[in-house]
Design a protein. Structure first.
Length: 186
């Protein structure tokens, strides 16, 4: 009788095990070390109290595309860096650092403002749906112009993970910066 109970218990466990894995085992890829598309948003002089012009960078990994209405489609990463302060309306060659002074060659660090990310942040989109937002605390962007009007961006960012550990994120983009929209001056 004991053997029979053990045998039935064994069968129940074996039959139950496959149903335990009802979530996909596929893990999302790590953050990209290379972006394949970059948009340059040109805002010109949009803050009355700041003398510098403003541009933003909007970068996409290979698996993430934009539809005709500029909505993200697919699965991948979007790196967004708003409020990059420039002396003219272009992203000139040089080294840019995150800080809050609004001086030329600086950009704002990532912050949450009323539950909305601002500054610099990384979005993970899966099947057209936003899955996560990672604010980036600080960083550096090295901008180099290359031949044929292409731009080379070497980017290093820092953030704290869920365990409070400081993480370094290095990534790169080389290609055209596609101008997207130009807002009127205030």
């Amino acid at each position: 009788m004991k053997k029979r109970v053990l045998y039935i218990l064994f069968l129940v466990v074996v039959l139950y095990m496959p149903s335990c894995n009802k979530y996909p085992t596929e893990k999302r890829n790590g953050v990209p070390t290379e972006y394949t598309e970059a948009w340059l948003e040109i805002y010109d002089h949009c803050y009355d109290s700041i003398e510098n012009n403003v541009v933003a960078l909007d970068l996409y990994s290979a698996e993430l595309t934009l539809d005709k209405d500029h909505h993200m489609k697919g699965t991948g990463y979007n790196l967004y860096i708003s409020d990059i302060f420039v002396s003219d309306s272009l992203l000139a060659s040089g080294i840019y650092h995150s800080d809050t002074t609004a001086q030329a060659y600086t950009f704002l660090p990532g912050r949450a403002f009323e539950d909305t990310p601002t500054g610099m942040y990384l979005l993970y989109v899966e099947n057209d749906q936003l899955m996560s937002i990672q604010l980036l605390d600080s960083g550096t962007i090295v901008v180099r112009d290359t031949t044929d009007h292409l731009t080379d961006l070497q980017m290093t960012f820092y953030y704290r993970n869920a365990y409070g550990n400081k993480v370094t994120y290095e990534t790169h983009y080389q290609g055209a910066l596609i101008p997207w929209k130009k807002l009127p001056k205030k």
